[in-house]
Design a protein around this ligand. Structure first.
Ligand code: SAH
Length: 270
């Protein structure tokens, strides 16, 4: 973490993955362990926070829906001030900083101020959570691609529903929990089958991970019935049927996977 200018510190943007500390990359772990100041978000799980060295100054800047402890401008300003005072900042974010993580904005802003920024990729929620739920993002014969979208927008949600409904790909929706009814309606309205398998994954990659499986038509119902809370991902597509098959196979083999800290609930078909 060498600085261009001796007096100015650097920023390392670290993707901490979706929760399980064992999903940190070696590079991320090293950056955390050698950090002078850690600025971290609310999606950084407690087991990962437990790895922060006691010698590091730790600053929580988490943003939760409707309750911002700091605005993005304030976070940027904080990092600028820290680096200008000569500190090297380890900016730790959940998942991957460049996937719905505003990492790109932070990198550009800090670079514009002449601050050296490097970025360490992390496992994004779509990858970690689906894997722990035994849902492959792509599967030969089922889908040839996947699309990540966010259902969060500062102003109006700008989603190409028609294109999305007809892509025939796995769709992973980040920040979609408050929009389940809209997602269900729009996709069905634009031609996606109401029977398309869906999964709601809550607290992915933690010991509390819950996977609720059902169909697109049941999406909002499942959320309410199982009281699904944030953070949660919505996965839509035929690949979810692989997790359903795995449930039957686990029952058949009457054993649970030792390495998948997650519980799966199959919705009853209507
Ligand atoms: N940069 C992060 C995403 C930040 S957006 C990444 O790459 O994963 C925040 C959204 O990500 C949450 O609202 C939720 O939809 C999803 N998410 C992040 N971590 C999650 C987790 N452990 N379990 C389920 N969803 C998660």
């Amino acid at each position: 973490m060498k600085s261009l200018n001796k007096e100015i510190g650097t920023v390392t943007l670290v993707g901490a993955g979706p929760g399980d500390p064992e999903l940190l990359t070696i590079k991320a772990l090293r950056a955390i362990e050698s950090a002078e100041v850690i600025v971290y978000d609310n999606l950084v799980s407690q087991p990962i926070r437990d790895l922060f060295p006691s010698t590091a100054e730790t600053l929580y800047v988490g943003k939760t829906k409707g309750c911002h402890s700091k605005t993005q401008d304030e976070i940027n300003q904080l990092m600028v001030e820290l680096t200008l005072s000569g500190k090297n900042v380890c900016r730790v974010k959940g998942g991957d900083a460049f996937v719905f993580g505003r990492g790109g904005e932070e990198m550009l802003l800090l670079s514009q101020k002449g601050i050296q920024v490097s970025t360490i990729p992390g496992i994004t929620a779509a990858s970690g959570c689906t894997t722990y739920a035994e849902i492959p993002l792509t599967h030969r014969g089922l889908t040839q691609g996947c699309t990540f979208i966010t259902a969060h927008a500062d102003k109006k949600l700008d989603v190409q529903w028609q294109a999305l409904a007809q892509l025939n790909q796995t769709i992973v929706v980040y920040m979609g929990l408050s929009k389940t009814e809209l997602i269900r309606q729009k996709l069905i309205e634009h031609g996606m089958s109401a029977d398309t398998p869906v999964a709601l994954i809550e607290n992915g990659c933690s010991s509390d991970q819950r996977n609720i499986l059902g169909t697109l038509d049941q999406l909002s119902e499942l959320k309410h019935q199982h009281d699904v809370q944030s953070p949660a991902l919505i996965v839509i597509g035929q690949v979810v049927s692989v997790a359903e098959q795995m449930q039957w196979l686990h029952q058949l083999n009457s054993k649970i996977q030792p390495d998948t800290p997650s519980s799966t609930v199959l919705a009853k078909t209507a």
